[in-house]
Design a protein around this ligand. Structure first.
Ligand SMILES: [Zn+2]
Length: 288
């Protein structure tokens, strides 16, 4: 669906299979930037290349017109189909240097972040043609520039993107969504990244990976503030539940209970997220 002059949003669906009894339906947005050429922001899980190509065909464009695939970060729902997209379109792949370890070597990612059904979601490893560093600018084509904003926290090399021509900010997974499990690796970095996004001037539309585009200035402001408040609530809960010689998993159990999160939230990934608060408990993370 076309949202701004150049950006189209494509919603894709996938499943997380924890066991035959517990299958969780998820969705993720990817974005297509239409100019002289076509540029992709993320590409969904394995197999989504077919959906992207079908969308392009419906828009009277060809897969060979894809010039760039920018990967916001290494998680499967953002790069799972990258091998096929690159092979079938001949595009260049761009991502942040801090994500190289997990995108260039998916087995390393699986070892360090073993999400269920990983290999059904990710086709293979992809090396970058363009390596992004900190804040950067990518000239997609004449007159169409993408500003990269390094927004770590969700992962070390997560990036957000700003397309100045459309006053559009793509935040990928940088803004935790109230009501969903808050996934981040480092709460201090997440908070700093959201504050960085709040400072981007002239934002008329926000695209995230988890929800429909937000186009109202008040809603954009509220959405960012809500994410901060959600992290604040978690951080305060974690810090008030820390006990001596407590394992990360034991802390996770207490926090999940206190925040009334679903029982499956007790997991190594959430334990790591919550424990990242430990080093900030005596700092004023939320004081401006
Ligand atoms: Zn992610």
């Amino acid at each position: 669906m076309q949202i701004t002059d150049h950006i189209h949003a494509l919603k894709t669906h996938f499943q997380l299979v924890f066991s035959p009894e517990r299958i969780v339906q998820r969705s993720v947005y990817l974005y297509l930037v239409f100019g002289e050429k076509v540029h992709l922001i993320d590409c969904g899980v394995k197999g989504v290349d077919q959906q992207i190509f079908a969308y392009l065909e419906a828009m009277d464009r060809k897969k060979e017109e894809i010039e760039t695939l920018v990967i916001s970060h290494s998680h499967p729902d953002h790069m799972g189909a990258a091998v096929s997209v690159k092979e079938k379109s001949g595009c260049k792949v761009a991502y942040h240097e801090n994500e190289r370890g997990w995108i260039e070597d998916i087995e390393k990612q699986y070892e360090e972040r073993p999400i269920p059904g990983f290999h059904t979601l990710v086709e293979g490893s992809v090396s970058p043609d363009i390596v992004l560093k900190d804040d950067d600018l990518l000239r997609l084509e004449d007159g169409l520039n993408l500003n990269f904003i390094h927004t770590p926290g969700h992962s070390r090399g997560s990036i957000s993107l700003y397309l100045e021509k459309d006053a559009a900010l793509v935040t990928a997974d940088a803004l935790p969504l109230p009501g969903d499990l808050p996934l981040y690796e480092d709460i201090g970095e997440s908070v700093a990244s959201i504050r960085k996004l709040q400072q981007v001037p002239n934002v008329k539309v926000v695209f995230s990976s988890w929800e429909a585009p937000i186009q109202n200035p008040t809603e954009i402001k509220d959405r960012m503030e809500e994410s901060l408040q959600l992290l604040r609530k978690i951080h305060e809960t974690v810090c008030s539940n820390i006990e001596p010689e407590q394992s990360d998993m034991a802390l996770c159990e207490k926090v999940v209970e206190e925040l009334s999160l679903p029982p499956h939230a007790v997991s190594p990934i959430m334990a790591k997220a919550f424990s990242s608060s430990r080093k900030y408990c005596d700092k004023h993370l939320f004081r401006r």
